[in-house]
Design a protein. Structure first.
Ligand SMILES: [Zn+2]
Length: 222
């Protein structure tokens, strides 16, 4: 079972991807984690990617695809896999399909989390972080006990540049434009599962589980 979870910033795909891992024992694959791990391990690819990662520059597709390809070749697909936040572009989709194809594996379900633009912006623009201990807060959903200050170390909380409303909106629009052909391709292959991400975390998770049939699959494979 291979499930892909994609969605714009603020749709909760991070949370849902990790819930699929915890609840159903799926192996969780996120490119960002792979890149950080490669740099940490100081592998040959990690060394090539480190300068771009440090500068916050875009890491060349060629390196990222090679990293993903190597990682996938070591994954045990028998336990199921969730690929989180990838693919968004057509070249990413082609690279993923080719890597999986070489292993005789295909994507079973592509979950697209959909949240109205204003709600996504509300979610993103309420995020606050502690610059010292890196704990995350949210002005509406997870407020600190003293407004604007970290509960643990009492430092003043900051808002990431990318979570400012106007930048958040651009990120969401970028995702919608960029992913449109990928979503269309999933739709044609009849593996697209549209999920309303505006509901509660638990309701979204139930919908994903139902639409992918993961519960039955889990019972049959464990
Ligand atoms: Zn703190």
């Amino acid at each position: 079972m291979v499930i892909v979870v994609i969605g714009a910033a603020g749709t909760g795909r991070h949370t849902q991807g990790y819930m699929l891992m915890r609840k159903w024992g799926l192996t969780h694959i996120a490119l960002r984690d792979l890149i950080y791990a490669a740099v940490e391990e100081d592998s040959d690819l990690g060394r090539e990617m480190a300068p771009d990662l440090e500068r916050g520059a875009k890491i060349p597709d060629k390196l990222v695809f090679e990293l993903l390809n190597r990682h996938l070749s070591k994954v045990n697909f028998d336990k199921g896999v969730v690929i989180n936040g990838f693919p968004v572009t057509m070249s990413q989709l082609t690279a993923l399909q080719s890597s999986l194809g070489n292993l005789g594996i295909k994507i079973d379900h592509a979950v697209l989390l959909e949240v109205p633009l204003d709600e996504s912006i509300r979610r993103l623009s309420g995020r606050r972080n502690c610059p010292s201990c890196h704990v995350g807060y949210h002005t509406a959903y997870k407020p600190p006990s003293v407004d604007g200050y970290c509960d643990d170390c009492h430092k003043m909380l900051i808002q990431d540049e990318e979570d400012r409303p106007e930048i958040a909106q651009k990120r969401i629009e970028w995702f919608q434009e960029t992913s449109a052909p990928v979503v269309e391709s999933f739709e044609k292959s009849k593996i697209l599962r549209r999920v309303n991400g505006a509901l509660s975390v638990e309701a979204v998770f139930r919908t994903i589980s139902e639409k992918t049939g993961i519960e039955k699959w889990f019972a049959a494979n464990n």
